[in-house]
Write a protein that binds this ligand. Sequence first.
Ligand code: EPZ
Length: 423
Amino acid sequence: MDSIIVRGNGPLKGAIPISGAKNTCLKLMTAALLTDEPLTLTNVPRLSDIATLAHLLETLGVEIARLQDGRVMALSARSITNRRADYDIVRKLRASFNVLGPLLARENEAIVSLPGGCAIGARKVDLHLMALEKLGAEIRLEEGYVHAIAANGLTGAEIDFPMVSVGATENALAAAVLAKGTTVLKNAACEPDTVAFGECLQAMGAKIDGLGTREITIEGVDRLHGTTHEVIPDRIELGTFMIAPAICGGEVELLGGRRDLAEAFCDKLEEAGMSIQETDTGIRVARGNASIRAVDVTTAPFPGFPTDLQAQFMALMCTAEGTSRLEETIFENRFMHAPELIRMGADIDVQGGVATVTGVEKLKGAPVMATDLRASVSLILAGLAAEGETVVNRVYHLDRGYERIEEKLSAVGADIRRVRADG
Ligand code: EPZ
């Protein structure tokens, strides 16, 4: 298995291009199931999660052409040849569960494996199923699979989510666009990924109002058509790379970065002492002579501080002046990076969903490993600020969501390299 070796190397300087958003692109790809016409996506990130979902869609009968070095993906679901999404793929990528709504809407039947547990939390799918049942689906759980049937098609309904769920909102949205009549989603997600998904559906002919608010209204239509849609920049990759010059000094421009996608995060980074400036080409972030101050953070659904940036922010707080309180409210087990950061000399006390982090003068390099994508990248960031060498193992987590991370960071002066398992 590959590993990544990082050495603290002083301030960073230069520019990093931000790729298309993984979590947006994954959901956009599932929209291809809703029409027999081609859906073309541009600014597609080259990530293993994207390849995994593409493979799953191919098993359902979707023809996929990759153009321009994989940056453009043309998906054509002229006919669905298989309504069953296998456990072997769904267990590797939870976002695969989001083929359920589109398949059911198009075929009146879908059989999708339950994704199972996950390192960061139980990640139930009850809200996805509740929403589809409200739309008239009959749902049976059989041998680890969800078997959903809507013999006479789906019918619009009012769906009130007891908590905000990105995936459930998107599955419900996809199912409702082809349902008969009106659907109202209450307490819906307003993440940029969900808005982008809805906008793509609108471009395909769906009638949707209220995207980006907690109440989305959908007027079902008979059919959708193809379109071309550009994937928005990845706000989590953006936030991750904004922390790099914060943790080891310097000034970096994030090309294509948009502050409106990460406002709450940018506010916290400024509070910590960073200077952030929007430019014609992206966002410039600089530490100057400022030292980083401890800042408290509570994760929340968008527009709040994203859970997907909590681990990276914790790495930053490990060397900040003072003590910060980081509260995780979205996932029940998302502090798996804390013990690894402690191995690098960090002072962190985790009690339930709250981590108290007291900044230390210097982190020390160590061999580390992590159990999920964002935890892994927080260790890379910590390694950038540490004395000596940090070896991050289980790099496959990083490859799921960060495109060529070692190339992007070394281009701004970081000492980072990948060691291939085969030598
Ligand atoms: C999406 O996951 C993202 N994944 C996650 O990114 C992200 O952390 C999360 O949203 C929150 O922003 C993709 O978009 C592919 P949720 P999702 O449904 O949709 C509970 C990353 O690192 N819940 O909003 O699965 C759930 O357990 C990943 O890129 C239920 O209880 O998240 C969690 O506690 C990780 N029942 C909370 O809701 C349900 O039916 C929010 O989950 C659904 C969710």
